[in-house]
Design a protein around this ligand. Structure first.
Ligand code: GDP
Length: 365
């Protein structure tokens, strides 16, 4: 499953948002094999298409795709120098696919800010600096090792050294690796280090509950958006308070509540969608009487590897995929009608999956 880590300074609304995520949580029965730790929340990825498919195929069960959020507490100014940024913190954050940084963009005199004032850019830079310092530490350790190996004439080590130097120089100026525009080759060399600042990242601007309908007057948000645009990161605007209220409601009630607020989707849904596009993810579907199910893959995945998401045996024994595009299927009204019109295609091992492919894999056991 895709995993997004939530970071941010204390008192910016991380726990509030995270609690909303856990409460909104996906049905545990759908994920029997993943034990849920207290700092992990699993949510359904909203995709209306799966309900439509379930109706068409009279499926007994609906299984949406899921996304995991990990609450990564413990990041404060100076953390990388002291105890704060311990091994436990690092091991959590190193595993995630993307990092969502919550930024306080609401004024509230009752809630103190760790630095005494509201200043989103300063906050972003505090966190980014800590992440850069943690990465610098990893890179420097690697440099020491690789230098020794390079001296013995090892070619790979010699090629890697200048990359490490370049990255170390940037990190010591608090420039994240993701902003360096490194070549694929260079990124491959760094892969093993699982650098934090090489991960995809987005900012979650946490605004006041009074502003969700219209935050055009929120200057903090504007500043975050400008900052993010410069480094090519995304911004999602939410009110953690509102999200925690929505999480208490049934689907119907939530819908009415959002309508009252004059917004079309919850902040959590926006966050999930933004994470999807940040990571270049798409969904394909399987549908039958048993269940209608959405599967997450990286855009560009070929049919056998997509089959591997379902089971490694299906990937190993892959013969062909029977595929119909979701829109074609809906336009025809049924799988049979789509077949008659020749819209159900047989695709081979080089087929690149598309978003919305309704798929049946043929395979050898
Ligand atoms: P954390 O330390 O980052 O996990 O922050 P918390 O989630 O504990 O939030 C800190 C305080 O800010 C709590 O008192 C929250 O109720 C409050 N808070 C969080 N989000 C909002 C919001 O959208 N509006 C307002 N007014 N307060 C919020």
């Amino acid at each position: 499953n895709l995993e997004v880590g939530i970071v941010g300074l204390p008192n910016v609304g991380k726990s509030t948002l995270f609690n909303a995520i856990t409460k909104a949580g996906a049905e545990a029965a759908n994920y029997p094999f993943c034990t849920i730790e207290p700092n992990v929340g699993v949510v359904d990825v909203p995709d209306e298409r799966i309900n439509v498919l379930a109706e068409m195929f009279k499926s007994k069960k609906i299984v949406p795709a899921a996304m995991r959020f990990v609450d990564i507490a413990g990041l404060v100014a100076g953390a990388s120098k002291g105890e704060g940024l311990g091994n436990k913190f690092l091991s959590h954050i190193r595993q995630v696919d993307a990092i969502a940084q919550v930024i306080r963009c609401f004024d509230d005199p009752n809630i103190t800010h760790v630095s005494g004032s509201i200043d989103p850019i300063r906050d972003i830079e505090i966190i980014n600096t800590e992440l850069c310092l943690a990465d610098l530490d990893s890179v420097e350790k690697r440099q020491q090792r690789i230098e020794k190996i390079a001296k013995s004439g090892d070619k790979a080590a010699r090629a890697e050294l200048p990359v490490l130097e370049k990255v170390a120089a940037a990190l010591s100026e608090a420039i994240p690796v993701r902003a360096l525009g490194l070549e694929e080759e260079e990124l491959d060399m760094l892969k093993e280090l699982t650098l934090l600042t090489a991960k995809k990242s987005l900012y979650v601007a946490n605004i006041s509950e009074d502003e969700v309908s219209d935050y055009s007057g929120n200057d903090y948000v504007k500043r975050v958006q400008e900052y993010a645009a410069k480094e090519g990161s995304g911004v999602v605007v939410v009110s953690a308070r509102i999200e925690s209220e929505i999480a208490e409601l049934s689907d119907e009630e939530a819908k009415a509540f959002l309508e009252d607020l004059g917004v079309t989707e919850s902040g959590l849904d926006k966050l999930i969608k933004a994470s999807y596009s940040l990571l270049g993810l798409i969904n394909f579907f399987t549908a039958g009487e048993m269940e209608a199910r959405a599967w997450t893959i990286v855009d560009g995945t070929k049919a056998p590897q997509a089959a591997g998401k379902i089971h490694s045996d299906i990937e190993k024994g892959f013969i062909r995929a029977e595929i119909v595009a979701y829109d074609d299927l809906i336009a025809c009204g049924s799988q049979n009608a789509a077949k008659e019109k020749g819209l159900v295609r047989l695709e081979g091992k080089d087929y690149v999956m598309k978003d919305g492919d309704v798929t049946y894999f043929r395979f050898n056991v």
